[in-house]
Design a protein around this ligand. Structure first.
Ligand SMILES: Nc1ncnc2c1ncn2[C@@H]1O[C@H](COP(=O)(O)OP(=O)(O)OP(=O)(O)O)[C@@H](O)[C@H]1O
Ligand SMILES: [Mg+2]
Length: 472
């Protein structure tokens, strides 16, 4: 440039160069074929990259075709939650682990924060990309995909891609472990993705009323599973275990799932099959589940009539079954999940991509299930939850009334409860104080009354049966 050129002339020249560039770009957009446009765009990025001294690294929320959540994104989010509050102006707040008064902060969308590492400044920017619109109006819109962008001077490339990112991952993981809040995920209400709430269920194995030996066996089985990572790797199987919980309504199937999650410190994914459009969506939802989790499909016998699709010999359901299933399959018409889609997943085809998961099915009618669904290897352990007997009653008496044997009324309860079929839910209900004045005695007497009524009804049923047989 001529040193004699005055400042206004220089600005004028720069301004007209910029204008020419903008007009040139506009011309390209209007008149060039798309191939040439892409080619020119590629070169313009290269040229601007040559002059731009900054490097960007993106960490996306999902890997690839958003099949799987990207762990690094969650870790970076945790790291930034501790750092971003320093200078970012727009933050998101979420409830912390203890659900106390402390809120966890993270960067809001399109917000920027800076960080410093060994004297080097970097910046982090949060953003999101929206999926392209679907050709047809859809009930299941694809979710936005979020990302973080790390920006730094190219002079520090080696240090940032090496020790700084290592520091981010290490610190982020520590923060994650400190803040880990277990979650209950659900895909209900026609959602094509998981939504979650904090999982806070008070059930533990201590409060579950069931045969003590059976309880110990289940706990042992679960703990062995969690310690078997190397074993599963050695035998070449996905690190998962299937449980089938069956028994009449109110015997504690759902309660046991909560107790399992509390014992193992796992998240729970409550999969509502009737809300899943097809096998592809099922596969996506399942691959989005994280390690250390329980995937639950409640009332599998009612889920999309999976049983019948394979057997083709639908048994007639009783009116009680039909009523329950009707309630559960309201959206059946939009779901095309098949038994084979579900079996493929259980067999480890997709579950192999992330370890340590339990898959639990519950049913009231185990005999109605397709044997392909329940065979060992798929559902490794079958657990029957049955009517409440004396051992179960003692647990409930301790939980609800804080009383233990020996007690003068216990023998009476023992004699009656062994004779009748009463669910733990009904025993629990009878033991609940009905007014603030009700003491343990009153509640026990209430239970005895209920048990006597059950016995009377049972005897009457038997009598009816005898009479019926005699008439026949
Ligand atoms: N074995 C049990 N131990 C302790 N409490 C129990 C047990 N079974 C049932 N309950 C009590 O009864 C209530 C209902 O139990 P739960 O929902 O676990 O039954 P379920 O077997 O899942 O029934 P459904 O087949 O209708 O889903 C629970 O909230 C719990 O308070
Ligand atoms: Mg249940």
């Amino acid at each position: 440039m001529n040193p004699m050129t005055s400042m206004p002339e220089t600005w004028g020249a720069l301004g007209s160069a910029l204008l020419t560039f903008i007009l040139f770009q506009d011309m390209i957009r209007r008149y060039c074929p798309p191939e040439l446009q892409r080619y020119l765009e590629k070169w313009s990025i290269k040229i601007s990259g040559f002059f731009n001294p900054y490097i960007q690294i993106s960490i996306h929320e999902y890997l690839g075709n958003h099949l799987k959540p990207h762990k690094a994104y969650a870790i970076a989010e945790a790291y930034l939650s501790a750092n971003s509050s320093k200078d970012a102006k727009r933050l998101k707040a979420e409830m912390g682990k203890d659900n106390g008064n402390k809120l966890m902060l993270s960067l809001d969308e399109y917000e920027k924060t800076t960080d410093e590492f060994e004297g080097v400044k970097v910046s982090w920017i949060s953003g999101k990309t929206s999926p392209p619109p679907r050709p047809m109006l859809s009930y299941f819109p694809d979710p936005d995909k979020k990302y973080y962008k790390l920006k730094f001077h190219r002079r520090y490339k080696e240090m940032i891609t090496g020790s700084y990112l290592e520091h981010v991952m290490k610190t982020g993981k520590e923060i994650q472990a400190r803040n880990r809040q277990r979650k209950l995920y659900t895909n209900g209400h026609n959602m094509s993705c998981w939504s979650h709430i904090v999982f806070e269920h008070p059930a533990t194995f201590k409060t579950i009323a069931m045969d003590p030996e059976q309880k110990e066996e289940i706990i042992e089985d679960l703990l062995t599973f969690t310690k078997s990572r190397d074993f599963y790797a050695r035998i070449g199987k996905a690190w998962k275990r299937g449980y089938l919980l069956y028994g009449p309504p109110g015997t504690g199937k759902s309660t046991m799932i909560a107790a399992m999650a509390n014992l193992l410190d796992y998240d729970v994914y409550d999969l509502e099959l009737t809300s899943v459009r097809d096998n592809t969506e099922l596969r996506r939802l399942l691959t989005e589940t994280t390690s250390k989790s329980i995937i639950v499909i409640e009332d599998i016998d009612c889920s999309l009539d999976l049983t019948g699709q394979r057997k083709n010999n639908k048994k007639e359901k009783t009116s009680e079954e039909t009523e329950k299933c009707k309630k559960d399959t309201k959206e059946e018409s939009v779901s095309k999940v098949t038994l084979s889609g579900l079996l493929n997943f259980i067999d480890g085809l997709w579950s192999a991509c992330a370890g340590e998961r339990l898959i639990i099915f519950t049913t009231n009618y185990v005999n109605k299930l397709d044997p392909a669904l329940t065979r060992r290897g798929r559902m490794d352990k079958h657990i029957e939850l049955s009517y409440c007997k004396y051992e179960g009653f003692k647990v409930l008496a301790k939980n609800y009334l804080e009383i233990e044997a020996p007690h003068p009324l216990f023998p009476k309860v023992e004699a009656l409860i062994e004779e009748v079929e009463i669910t733990p839910a009904d025993v629990a209900e009878s033991l609940m104080p009905k007014s603030t004045k009700d003491g343990p005695e009153k509640c026990l007497l209430n239970l005895i009354q209920t048990l006597e009524k059950c016995k009377e009804l049972k005897d009457r049923d038997q009598q009816d049966r005898v009479e019926y047989l005699e008439i026949k």
